[in-house]
Design a protein around this ligand. Structure first.
Ligand code: HDE
Length: 751
C-alpha cells in the first residue's frame, strides 16, 4: 500500500524529499523481485470517472472505473493470463521466432503506437488535481453554481511552457500556461489562461505567425524552447502589437521560480451573467498565496541543465509533502456598456491590461492543489482544455482572439487525441450527467440505448428534453451586434502598442528594470541579423529611452530616438514583484554539514525548518549519515556532488562544535578531488555558496562559517548574509529574509 503520509519531522528522515513512497530509496533496503502475487495499488478516488447515468436513470454505457490494472496476474489486453513475457515463442531455443506469438505481436504493436502528437503549443507541462471552493462573492454578478458560497468543485490544473517540445526544459524564458478544468455540477468549465495577462496578437488569425516565428528555425530546428533567435525578434519587431507581451516575457515573469508562485490570467474579457440576466464584463486573475516570485536568469539557465524538470519536480514534491499550493480566483469587473471600454481601455483588446489600481481584483474563490496525477499520460497528456467549455453564468465577448480559440481547441484534439470522442477520456469526463445525441466515431466508449438520437423525436419518448435557463440550460446572452460592414480591420484603439509597455516599465523597481535590460541584451546578443536588432531597438525607444540606451550599449549599437510620443503614467504597483512579504511555506533550505559539524545544531535547525513549514535538505560530502559514531545520526538528502545552488531558496552553513574550529566543508584531505592539505572548504560548497550569493539568496551560518563564506567570495557583512550565534537564531533571521523572496539589496541598482 502506498504511503500517502505527509512528510513530518517524525518521518522526514525516512522519506527524503523527492523519493517516491514504496520504491527503493537510500533509506530503505533495496527491493528484490517479489515472489508472491499482490493486488495492484488501489486507484486514487479522483482516478475514477463520474457515474455514467443519465437523469432519466439510463446508463450511458461508459464504465466509471475503466482501470488498466485489475488482479495480480499479467494478462493480454483481452484478459488472457500469461505465463511468460521475457521470451518470444520460438521453434527451439535457437530457432526462428513464430508469427503465431500473439503476445509478442500485441506487445510490440502497442508499443509502436504509444506516442501521440504532442501539443502544437504548450507541449511541456505538469498538472495536479485539486479542489475549488467558491466564496459566494461573485454570486451578485454570476449565476455559475461553482462560484456559490462554499460549493466545492473538483479541478485539474495543467501548467506549461509554450514554445518547447514535450521533452524540453522547464525554466526557459517563456510564457507559462495555467489551464484549469472545473468539473462543476453544471458541466465542465475550462479557464485556459496564462501567467501573463496580455497576448502577442489581437486576432487569432495571427497565431500561426507568432508561433512559427517563436518555434525553432525550420531548417536546423534550433533553438529549442527559446525566444532568443532571429525569427522571433524579426516578427515581434515588425508586428509591434506584440511589444507588451514581449516586455512581460523579458521581465522576471518570463522565468517563474515555481508554478506555485505564478499569477494566472484569463487574458480576454469575459461576460458574467447573474440570475436575473444582468451582465458584467470581467477579467479573471489567479493570485498565488505563496506570492509571485521568479528565478534570476543565470539561475534559470543553470537549472535547465542541472534539473530540466525543476518546475515539474517542485510542484509534485510540494504536493506530496503536504504543502498544497493555493491560489485565489479573483475578478476585475466592468460595466457591460456598448463601447466595452473601461477608463479608455478597450476591453476587447487582449494586448491591454486594466491596472488593478483602477479596477481592484475581487476574490471569488480558493483553489487548492492536493493530489498529484498517478498516470502522466492518462491525465496530464490527455487532458483537453477548451475556452468554449463554459457554464451558465459565464459567457464570452467578441474578442477576436478568443473567437479563433473557440475553434482551435476542439480542432487540435482531433489530431492529438485521435478523434472527436476526447471528452470520454476519464480526465476529460464531465461530472455532470451526459445525455447528448452525438453518436459513433473513433474510440466510442459509450454504449447507448434508444433508437432516436435526433430531435425532435417521438420514438424515445421525446428524450432528451431541452433545458431552458430555468432548468439549468446554457442560454447565450442576447447581446446586440452593432450594425456594420464586413471588413478585415481592427478598431482604431488597437493601434496603440506602446503606452501600456511604458506603464509597465515605469512600474518596475530598479532591480526589475536591470533584469529586463539584461534579458533584452541576452536575447538580442543571440541574434545574427543586425537589421533585426536595430528594429527591436526602435521599439524599445518607444517604451523608454533608458531601456533602449542600456540595451543598445549592451549589444554595441547606437540607440535610436522614439518615433512616437512617450506617454505619462502613474505607476501601477501591482505590476511589480518586489516589495511585500510572503509565506515561506514549502521553501527549500539547504543545510551544509559534514562529520566535523556541530550535529546537535544541525538537528535543531533541521527540525526548526520543518516546523516553520519549509523543507530542510541536509547536504554533506557523501550520502552516508552524519554522526554515526554516536547520538542520533543525521540523514543526508544531497551529496556535495549532487547538490547545486538552484535547488535551494536559502543556504545554511553548519558550524563546528567550537567556533574556533574549521568552517563547514572543512575536512581532512583524503583522496581524489578533495583539497590537498585538508581543512579547506570543499570547492563544491564554495560554488554552491557563491552562486547562492550571486542569485541574492539568503545565506546563514554559525560557529566558524565565516571562513567558508569568505572563501566563496561573499562578504559576511553583505546584505542577506547572517552570521548567528546559534543555529536556530540564524534560521530566524534567514526565515525573515525569505519572506521577501530574495535579498534585493544585493543587486546593484543602476537604473
Ligand atoms: Fe492556446 N492553444 N491558443 N492560448 N493555449 C492551445 O490547444 C490557440 C492562447 C493556452 O495545458 C492548443 O489543446 C490559438 C491565449 C494554454 O492543455 C491550441 C490561440 C491563451 C494551453 C491553442 C491561442 C492560451 C493552450 C494546443 C490564438 C491564454 C495549454 C493544444 C487565438 C489566455 C492547455 C491544445 C493545456 C493550448 C490554440 C492563444 C492559453 C492549438 C489559436 C490567448 C494554457 O488549440
Amino acid at each position: 500500500m502506498e504511503d500517502h503520509r505527509p512528510v513530518t519531522p517524525e518521518n522526514r528522515e525516512d522519506r527524503p524529499k523527492g523519493e517516491i513512497p514504496g520504491r527503493p530509496s537510500s533509506a530503505t533496503p533495496p527491493l528484490e523481485e517479489p515472489t508472491e502475487p499482490r493486488e495492484p495499488l488501489p486507484p486514487k478516488p479522483d482516478q475514477t470517472g463520474p457515474e455514467p447515468v443519465s437523469p432519466t436513470g439510463r446508463h450511458t454505457g461508459a464504465h466509471p472505473t475503466v482501470r488498466a490494472q485489475t488482479g495480480a496476474r499479467l494478462t493480454t489486453a483481452q484478459g488472457l493470463r500469461l505465463p511468460e513475457t521475457d521470451h518470444s515463442l520460438k521453434a527451439g531455443p535457437r530457432g526462428p521466432v513464430l508469427l503465431q506469438d500473439h503476445h509478442l505481436r500485441e506487445k510490440i504493436t502497442h508499443f509502436d503506437h504509444e506516442r501521440i502528437p504532442e501539443r502544437v503549443v504548450h507541449a511541456r507541462g505538469a498538472a495536479a488535481h485539486g479542489v475549488f471552493r467558491g466564496y459566494g462573492t461573485a454570486s451578485n454578478v454570476s449565476r455559475a453554481a461553482f462560484l456559490a458560497k462554499d460549493v466545492e468543485t473538483p479541478v485539474f490544473v495543467r501548467f506549461s511552457t509554450v514554445l518547447g517540445s514535450r521533452g524540453s526544459a522547464d525554466t526557459v524564458r517563456d510564457t507559462r500556461g495555467f489551464a484549469t478544468k472545473f468539473y462543476t455540477s453544471e458541466g465542465v468549465f475550462d479557464l485556459v489562461g496564462n501567467n501573463i495577462p496580455v497576448f502577442f496578437i489581437q486576432d487569432a488569425i495571427k497565431f500561426p505567425d507568432i508561433i512559427h516565428a517563436g518555434k525553432p528555425h525550420p531548417d536546423r530546428e534550433i533553438p529549442q524552447a527559446q525566444s532568443a533567435h532571429d525569427t522571433f525578434w524579426d516578427f515581434v519587431s515588425l508586428h509591434t502589437e506584440a511589444t507588451f507581451h514581449t516586455l512581460w516575457n523579458m521581465s522576471d515573469r518570463g522565468i517563474p521560480r515555481s508554478y506555485r508562485m505564478m499569477e494566472g490570467f484569463g487574458v480576454h474579457t469575459f461576460r458574467m451573467v447573474d440570475a436575473a440576466g444582468g451582465t458584467t464584463l470581467v477579467k479573471f486573475h489567479w493570485k498565488p498565496r505563496a506570492g509571485v516570485h521568479s528565478l534570476v536568469w543565470e539561475e534559470a539557465q543553470l537549472a535547465n541543465g542541472v534539473d530540466p524538470d525543476f518546475h515539474r519536480r517542485d510542484l509534485a514534491d510540494a504536493i506530496e509533502a503536504g504543502a498544497h499550493p493555493q491560489w485565489e480566483l479573483g475578478i476585475q469587473t466592468f460595466p457591460d456598456t456598448p463601447e466595452q471600454t473601461f477608463e479608455g481601455i478597450d476591453l476587447l483588446d487582449p494586448t491591454k491590461i486594466v491596472p488593478e489600481e483602477l479596477a481592484p481584483v475581487q476574490p471569488v474563490g480558493l483553489l487548492t492543489l492536493n493530489a498529484n496525477p498517478s498516470d502522466f499520460f492518462a491525465e496530464t497528456e490527455q487532458v483537453a482544455f477548451h475556452p468554449g467549455h463554459l457554464v451558465p453564468g459565464i459567457d464570452i465577448t467578441d474578442d477576436a482572439l478568443l473567437a479563433g480559440r473557440l475553434f482551435s481547441y476542439i480542432d487540435t484534439q482531433i489530431t492529438r487525441l485521435g478523434g472527436p470522442k476526447f471528452g470520454q477520456i476519464p480526465i476529460n469526463r464531465t461530472h455532470a450527467p451526459v445525455n447528448d445525441m452525438l453518436r459513433d466515431g473513433m474510440h466510442q466508449q459509450a454504449v447507448h440505448t434508444g433508437v432516436a438520437p435526433y430531435h425532435p423525436n417521438s420514438l424515445d419518448g421525446g428524450c432528451p428534453f431541452l433545458a431552458g435557463a430555468d432548468a439549468g440550460g446554457y442560454v447565450e446572452t442576447p447581446v446586440t451586434v452593432p450594425e456594420s460592414r464586413k471588413v478585415r480591420e481592427a478598431p482604431a484603439s488597437f493601434a496603440d502598442h506602446f503606452s501600456q509597455p511604458r506603464l509597465f516599465w515605469l512600474s518596475m523597481s530598479p532591480v526589475e528594470r536591470e533584469h529586463i535590460i539584461g534579458a533584452y541584451t541576452f536575447e538580442l546578443g543571440k541574434c545574427y541579423e543586425q537589421h533585426i536588432k536595430e528594429r527591436v531597438l526602435r521599439t524599445l525607444a518607444n517604451i523608454d529611452p533608458v531601456l533602449c540606451e542600456k540595451v543598445a550599449e549592451g549589444i554595441g549599437l547606437p540607440a535610436p530616438s522614439p518615433s512616437e510620443p512617450l506617454t505619462e503614467h502613474e505607476a501601477s504597483p501591482a505590476l511589480s514583484q518586489v516589495g511585500g512579504s510572503w509565506p515561506v511555506t514549502g521553501r527549500i533550505v539547504g543545510i551544509v554539514a559534514d562529520d566535523s559539524s556541530d550535529l546537535d545544531s544541525v538537528r535543531a535547525v533541521r527540525d526548526a525548518v520543518t516546523e516553520r513549514g519549509m523543507v530542510p535538505l541536509v547536504i554533506a560530502p557523501s550520502g552516508k549519515k552524519l554522526g554515526t559514531a554516536g547520538g542520533d545520526p543525521v540523514t543526508v538528502q544531497r551529496t556535495f556532488a549532487a547538490a547545486r545552488s538552484v535547488e535551494f531558496d536559502a543556504v545554511l552553513l553548519a558550524g563546528t562544535p567550537s567556533a574556533a574550529a574549521d568552517a563547514v566543508g572543512a575536512r581532512d584531505a583524503k583522496a581524489g578531488d578533495e583539497t590537498p592539505g585538508g581543512a579547506a572548504p570543499d570547492p563544491r560548497v564554495l560554488l554552491l555558496v557563491g552562486e547562492a550569493f550571486r542569485h541574492a539568496k539568503a545565506i546563514g551560518g554559525w560557529g566558524g562559517a565565516e571562513r567558508a563564506l569568505e572563501a566563496a567570495g561573499c562578504s559576511p557583512s553583505a546584505p542577506g548574509v547572517v552570521l548567528g550565534d546559534t543555529a536556530v537564531g540564524t534560521l530566524n533571521d534567514v526565515g525573515q529574509l525569505l519572506t521577501e523572496h530574495r535579498v534585493w539589496d544585493r543587486f546593484p541598482a543602476q537604473v
